[in-house]
Design a protein around this ligand. Structure first.
Ligand code: SF4
Length: 161
């Protein structure tokens, strides 16, 4: 399956806990003031890869803790995001995903993708709420949501930090 990406970091220590394979999706319509990744906004930019190529690269690194879907906006490419997340799960890797959507406003057709995500970092980047002390996110409105516990308890549970 084709995926349009802005780039890949095969070993990241800043996009979630442990050692992570981060895929930066290409395309975002939000244009948050102060966005650190404006080159990822163009829906026709970046490069097109096959998800199989990315999954093969993930398989080659036995040291990985998980994968991170970042952007850009992963929820603009739900099908390839789901394929990557499912492949990671089969490999025993956890899945983090960054999105500009608030959890409550995630599109209904992304339900299957959400089921395959362990931690959702949600919400737009708001420059006025920027806080350098925060782990794995840029502004105070963004949350690290533990989706496994959220599903279990049927209310939003934040990741313990
Ligand atoms: S959602 Fe993320 S990638 Fe999109 S404009 Fe905002 S900070 Fe940038």
């Amino acid at each position: 399956m084709k995926i349009r990406i802005a780039g890949i970091v095969p070993e990241s220590f800043v996009d979630g806990t442990g050692i992570r394979f981060t895929i930066f999706f290409q395309g975002c319509l939000r244009n948050c003031k102060g966005c650190h990744n404006p080159a990822t906004h163009d829906l026709n930019g970046g490069e097109i890869l096959e998800t199989d190529e990315i999954i093969s690269a993930i398989k080659k690194n036995p040291l990985l803790t998980g994968i991170t879907l970042s952007g850009g906006e992963p929820f603009l490419q739900i099908e390839p995001a789901l394929e990557l997340a499912k492949a990671a799960k089969i490999l025993g890797l956890n899945v983090w995903c960054y999105t500009g959507y608030k959890f409550e406003n995630i599109p209904a057709d992304a339900e299957e993708l959400l089921k395959n995500i362990d931690v959702l970092v949600d919400g737009e980047y708001i420059e006025e709420l920027r806080d350098l002390e925060l782990n794995f996110r840029g502004s105070k409105n963004q949350r690290l949501i533990d989706l496994n516990k959220t599903r279990e308890l049927k209310k939003i549970i934040l990741l313990e930090e």
